[in-house]
Design a protein around this ligand. Structure first.
Ligand code: TYD
Length: 198
């Protein structure tokens, strides 16, 4: 079972993921949380490059780096864990690439982004995707005090397009479960639990 969480910065993914992990552990199942980009030695090194504000990266290169980090994570961790029936919770997956690199950066036509996503994920798709939807204003309020990494230094227009990307995915993909992330932590957690496929 592969569960993914998506949403812009400040949408509360980390909080919801740790609550869900606790719930699944208490119900007696094995569960592993992994994050993107990251989760393996190579993927964490790539993460360091991608988030470093001092490095300039071409948009297509950026897309391919996120995809390389993903490919290693799938091969090294996700596939073996799925084979052992472990529930995996992923903090972001290829929908982030579609939204950030496809819609946000406009790096390549969206159908090409989908193709690259399929390759990088070795054909693995999420069973359910929780999209914690937040407005740009609310996100800015929640993250105002935080230091900005290279991705977060992108402008307002970029983030408007990222949200548009997630919204369009949510309309098209049946696995997408959209939750209003401006609700309280408890309300969002309840909505997550009520939509769990087990
Ligand atoms: P992170 O600190 O993990 O952000 P968050 O806590 O919001 O998940 O940094 C990951 C950043 O990388 C975040 O700004 C989203 C971006 N990202 C992409 O642009 N494309 C991708 O495919 C992924 C997985 C993340």
């Amino acid at each position: 079972m592969l569960i993914t969480f998506e949403g812009i910065d400040g949408s509360g993914k980390s909080t919801q993921i740790s609550l869900l992990k606790k719930y699944i552990t208490n119900s007696g199942k094995d569960v592993e949380v992994l994050r993107e980009p990251g989760g393996t030695d190579i993927s964490e090194l790539i993460r360091g490059m991608l988030l470093n504000p001092e490095i300039e990266i071409d948009p297509v290169t950026e897309l391919l780096l996120f995809s390389s980090a993903r490919s290693q994570l799938i091969a090294e961790k996700v596939k073996p864990l799925l084979a052992k029936d472990v529930v995996i919770i992923l903090d972001r997956f290829y929908d982030s690439t579609t939204a950030y690199q496809g819609y946000g950066r406009g790096s390549l036509p969206i159908d090409q982004v989908h193709q690259i996503n399929r390759v990088a994920s070795h054909g693995i798709a999420p069973d359910i995707t929780f999209y914690l939807r937040l407005s740009l204003e609310e996100s800015a309020n929640r993250t105002a005090h935080m230091e900005k990494d290279r991705m977060e230094q992108s402008g307002i227009e970029f983030y408007q397009n990222v949200i548009k990307g997630f919204d369009e995915l949510a309309e098209k993909e049946v696995r997408f479960m959209t939750i209003d992330a401006s609700k309280t932590v408890e309300e969002v957690h309840k909505l997550v639990l009520s939509n769990l496929p087990f």
